[in-house]
Design a protein around this ligand. Structure first.
Ligand SMILES: Nc1ncnc2c1ncn2[C@@H]1O[C@H](COP(=O)(O)OP(=O)(O)O)[C@@H](O)[C@H]1O
Ligand SMILES: [Mg+2]
Length: 243
């Protein structure tokens, strides 16, 4: 079993302390949620784990291997893939070509199974009918799925999803819960998922971390998080606060 762990992460942008001594870990086959109000530091954490940002303090490990100082492409080759909050597809390539770019890399650096071939991923994500469409012309929901498909085509051991349910309706969100469960079953991936949709997070995740203002407020099962007084005060509030 593999473990991806971040320990003691601190990151400041000028005077803004986006992360203050935050530690999280995800193991193979685990679906872990990361929630917190806007500006809590969630995307910064994923940016650090995927190598886009360098922490001021703290370490990232994939099992016993330190990822510190590695470039994003090196971290991806080691099996840590991600999606972006602001979708970043190759907009002028087709859906199949978007996946193909990742698949070429995984063939060179990983050992992709049959389930991670482009054709299999297109089928798994319900993208077959749009395989030859230009990615940038697709509806938002499809583009989000293409992002997930492109990450899966890297044959990851760990998948970091930054707000995959943003803009999704209830039916699409339920489909996403099933898709994430399937990724765990088929690929054995560990998944770290950020989202504001608490139904999604509470249904899909085994364990949840709660960030508030750059600090880790709580960690626990969905049942524990829903009754955690600090979390209710800072995040869930008395109302249906979802952003
Ligand atoms: N590149 C950056 N430059 C300056 N400030 C940033 C940058 N990225 C994030 N921040 C700030 O860091 C804090 C955490 O941001 P972010 O990680 O995007 O939060 P979240 O994803 O939880 O909404 C916010 O106050 C944000 O404005
Ligand atoms: Mg964010």
């Amino acid at each position: 079993m593999a473990t991806l762990s971040a320990s003691g992460l601190c990151k400041a942008f000028g005077g803004v302390h986006a992360l203050k001594d935050v530690s999280v870990n995800v193991s193979s086959g685990e679906i872990v949620g990361l929630i917190g109000p806007n500006g809590a530091g969630k995307t910064t954490l994923v940016n650090i784990v995927s190598g886009l940002l360098v922490p001021d303090v703290g370490e990232i490990y994939l099992n016993d291997t330190s990822l510190s100082g590695m470039e994003p492409f090196q971290i991806a080759r080691l099996g840590v893939a991600r999606t972006f909050q602001n979708i970043r597809l190759y907009r002028s390539l087709t859906v199949a070509e978007n996946l193909g770019v990742s698949y070429i890399s995984s063939q060179q650096h990983r050992r992709p199974s049959e389930e991670n071939s482009c054709a299999a991923i297109l089928t798994r994500l319900g993208l077959e009918s749009v395989a030859d469409r230009i990615a940038g012309t697709l509806p938002y929901g499809h583009q989000r799925r293409v992002e997930i498909g492109r990450a899966l085509a890297l044959d990851p051991d760990f998948l970091l999803l930054d707000e995959p349910a943003a803009g999704a309706n209830a039916v699409e969100t339920q489909a996403l819960v099933e898709m994430v469960g399937e990724i765990r079953e088929i690929d054995g991936c560990g998944v770290l998922v950020i989202d504001h949709d608490l139904r999604f997070i509470m249904t899909a995740c085994d364990r949840i971390y709660v960030l508030g203002d750059g600090s880790l407020l709580a960690e626990g099962t969905p049942q524990q998080i829903q009754v955690n007084e600090e979390v209710i005060r800072v995040y869930l509030g008395g109302s249906d606060k979802t952003s």
